[in-house]
Design a protein around this ligand. Structure first.
Ligand SMILES: O=C(O)C1=C[C@@H](OP(=O)(O)O)[C@@H](O)[C@H](O)C1
Ligand SMILES: C=C(OP(=O)(O)O)C(=O)O
Length: 437
């Protein structure tokens, strides 16, 4: 689908929205609900294609799941209550779903086959197969990729030193370790998003993170109990509008009930370091941290990010590139080679698309260098998502700086994580400054 993009709104973006539920927490809530006893109710669940891949896979494994709008009810089957599916599990475009389900299925007493779309079928799966093999897991890949055959079996406890900073790999190992014959330890290269750890504790699991923040010990065979969970707004979705309001002159918007887990809020830190105007009001309540954010337009300054900064901002790096493209000075992003194995090679797709705006960007093996400018000279008005939701949304936000018409090819990819993205954008661009004065 080719979509005509919205141009610069004359008075900027105004108004307030609640962004859809967090993708990472929605996946995990379904999985932990499935292996608990009793009922789990997820409200403000993300009903986007990626999370529906997890929902459909669990359903095919014998888990009753009801969906009513954004409320999902999961009837837990216990840790050993899943049953073999009678067809391959189609994980669609979802890397998180695939890696987490692999860890879960490795310890079940049946076999499973996982397949995915063309993008997912190019993404590396040895990163879970190899550490899971230290527990005795038997997983056959196709040249390191999907299709994958998982031969479920009893697992042993392990001690794993992770080779990549990846919450997906960590969570896969945690889900396998729950089914092992003793306590397992997982050592992270760098701390990554900790939603699995937080949720597992809420469901009654026994898991500790050492004071160094890197070492996790998982006690096996927990008795998990179903929970009622309100999923916070996805900060990775909010990030598109945090960026838009920062770079479109005259803007001031509020994003309500956004997840503020510190392992995810790198984009807020980046914006603050670049001179962005943000007011963050945390809400006092149990569970994942959340709050409201008001953001207004600002003249931004360049930034440097290195490997230790990356995990908390990994999915927002296309937006960091866009912010840097409008900022004063030269920005440099390093240590972000993981971007090359996302839905697309995001270093390559960021460079290709931003060059269409006339942005001065240099590609590096592990990131990029951008020389920012207050105005761009568009050389190609036909943007392309390359089938990658975050690249498509980043270019739709870039178009808001332009007065010339532009289009986005393969705009349907945005449904992977944010089906109501254009509705929310329309809402924020049709609310005038006067209505909110
Ligand atoms: O665990 C998760 O929910 C996710 C972890 C990240 O991937 P990696 O852990 O592989 O970096 C992120 O890019 C993805 O969108 C969601
Ligand atoms: C990388 C992403 O997701 P996944 O790895 O789950 O496909 C993303 O949403 O940006």
């Amino acid at each position: 689908m080719i979509k005509t993009l919205m141009r610069r709104p004359t008075t900027g973006l105004h108004g307030a929205i609640t962004v859809p539920g967090d993708k990472s927490i929605s996946h995990r809530g379904l999985i932990l609900g499935a292996i608990s006893t009793g009922t789990t109710r997820l409200t403000h669940f993300l009903t986007a294609a990626d999370c529906l891949s997890t929902l459909n896979a669990l359903h095919a494994l014998g888990v009753p799941i009801q969906r009513d709008g954004t409320t999902v009810t999961v009837t837990g089957q216990g840790l050993h209550g899943l049953r073999a599916a009678n067809q391959p599990l189609d994980m669609g475009n979802a890397g998180t779903a695939t890696r987490l389900m692999t860890g879960l299925l490795a310890g079940q007493n049946f076999d499973a086959t996982l397949v995915g779309d063309a993008s997912l079928s190019q993404r590396p799966m040895a990163r879970v197969q190899q550490p899971l093999a230290t527990m005795g897991a038997q997983i056959d890949l196709t040249a390191g990729h999907l299709p994958m055959q998982i031969h479920g079996r009893a697992l042993h406890a392990t001690h794993v030193e992770m080779q990549v900073a990846s919450a997906q790999v960590k969570s896969s190992l945690i889900l396998a370790a729950l089914q092992a014959d003793g306590p397992s330890t997982i050592v992270e290269k760098l701390p990554t998003r900790d939603h699995t750890e937080r949720l597992l504790r809420a469901f009654g699991g026994d898991l500790t993170t050492a004071a160094d923040g890197h070492t996790i010990t998982v006690q096996p065979q927990p008795h998990l109990t179903g929970q009622n969970i309100t999923v916070p707004g996805d900060v990775s979705s909010a990030a598109f509008f945090l960026t838009a309001a920062s770079i479109v002159p005259g803007s001031q918007i509020t994003l309500k009930d956004v997840g503020l887990n510190p392992t995810r809020t790198g984009i807020i830190d980046v914006l603050q370091r670049m001179g962005g105007h943000l007011d963050i009001r945390p809400t006092d309540q149990p569970g994942e941290p959340l709050g409201d954010i008001t953001v207004s337009a600002a003249q931004l300054h360049s930034i440097k990010l290195t490997a230790a900064d990356i995990p908390a901002v990994i999915d927002e790096l296309p937006l960091v590139a866009l912010l840097a493209a409008t900022a004063d000075g030269v920005s440099e992003i390093s240590g972000a080679e993981e971007l090359r194995v996302k839905e697309t090679d995001r270093i390559a797709t960021i460079v290709t698309e931003l060059r269409k705006l006339g942005v001065q960007i240099t590609e590096k093996p592990d990131g990029f260098i951008i020389d920012g400018r207050p105005t761009w000279r568009v050389t190609d008005a036909q943007f392309d998502s390359h089938g990658d939701h975050r690249i498509g949304m980043m270019m739709a936000i870039a178009a808001l700086r332009l007065t010339t018409p532009t289009t986005l090819a393969d705009a349907g990819a945005i449904n992977i994580s944010y089906p109501s993205f254009f509705d929310d954008l329309t809402h924020l661009t049709t609310e005038t400054e006067a209505t909110h004065a």
